[in-house]
Design a protein around this ligand. Structure first.
Ligand SMILES: Cc1cc2nc3c(=O)[nH]c(=O)nc-3n(C[C@H](O)[C@H](O)[C@H](O)COP(=O)(O)OP(=O)(O)OC[C@H]3O[C@@H](n4cnc5c(N)ncnc54)[C@H](O)[C@@H]3O)c2cc1C
Length: 245
């Protein structure tokens, strides 16, 4: 089984977000970038599914040279090889078109993405890939098993679970529960240096998205502490100050 895992290079979750250029660009100065946590989960499940020489895992990233440490981390965790499409990932449409083009020329049995990229949180790439490749696309999956040419997938839905069977190939956006992220060991870190990383030039894609401006959430209001046994005061404050009851 040939699995492609799409990986995005995202700011560390503790990053203090600021903007430049009149609030139209994310300020990357001093920001530590990491492998998108949901993509780590996808990669971990891919490793489990191919355990015992049952397949190969390629990771793909649309990004410039600065994403290579993240790609090498994915190789250290256990991907066999990597592809970097050499372009700034303008938006989800641009990213999906680039990856779809690569898949058309290099088909896979299974394409995994994370449920969302924790930077722009669009949850768009998996659906777009399905449409561009005319393949089924299932999002926010909590369980994924493959038996022969069919997969069983579990999704969490409002008030319950949805169980689906899907023939390969298809696109799956993975969420928590699919697998536990794996930590690279020393052997993985050493071998990652020499695993193949192919650089592919991007195809022309017209993107119509234009960011007007970004803004950070308003700072949190002051906190008032109420003694745990003073329910009367709590109710009073919720009524007169917070005005929520
Ligand atoms: C400097 C910089 C500026 C950017 N500016 C913008 C911007 O202005 N607007 C904007 O929308 N995006 C911007 N991006 C791109 C952004 O990082 C995302 O890659 C892209 O927009 C998809 O975002 P999403 O939230 O819709 O992805 P989602 O659909 O939430 O991502 C789902 C999954 O798709 C896959 N995926 C997402 N991105 C990539 C990727 N680059 N390569 C491989 N797989 C991927 C991952 O598996 C991810 O878990 C910028 C990136 C950089 C580095």
């Amino acid at each position: 089984m040939k699995i492609l895992v799409c990986i995005s290079n995202v700011p560390d979750t503790t990053t203090k977000i600021t903007f430049t250029d009149n609030n139209t660009q994310f300020n990357t100065a001093g920001v530590q970038f990491i492998l998108n946590p949901y993509d780590e989960i996808a990669l971990a499940r891919a490793i489990e599914l191919t355990d015992g020489d049952k397949g190969t895992i390629t990771v793909i990233n649309v990004g410039e040279t600065n994403t290579e440490p993240t790609i090498r981390k994915a190789l250290a965790i256990g991907a066999h090889d990597a592809v970097r499409i050499n372009a700034k990932p303008h938006d989800a449409w641009f990213v999906a078109c680039q990856i779809a083009q690569y898949i058309k020329a290099n088909p896979f049995d299974l394409v995994l993405t994370g449920r969302e990229s924790i930077d722009y949180n669009g949850s768009k790439v998996a659906g777009m890939l399905g449409e561009l490749l005319d393949l089924p696309s299932v999002s926010i999956i909590k369980k994924l098993d493959v038996e022969g040419n069919n997969a069983t997938v579990e999704r969490e839905i409002e008030g319950g679970k949805e169980l689906l069977t899907i023939p390969l190939p298809f696109i799956a956006g993975t969420a928590e529960g699919v697998a536990e992220p794996k930590i690279p060991n020393m052997r993985g870190i050493m071998s990652a240096r020499t695993k193949p990383l192919t650089i592919v030039e991007p195809v022309d894609v017209q993107t119509n998205l234009e960011v007007i401006s970004y803004e950070t959430p308003a700072p949190r209001g002051q906190v008032k502490l109420v003694p745990a046994d003073d329910v009367a005061q709590l109710v009073e404050l919720l009524h007169t100050e917070a005005r929520v009851i």
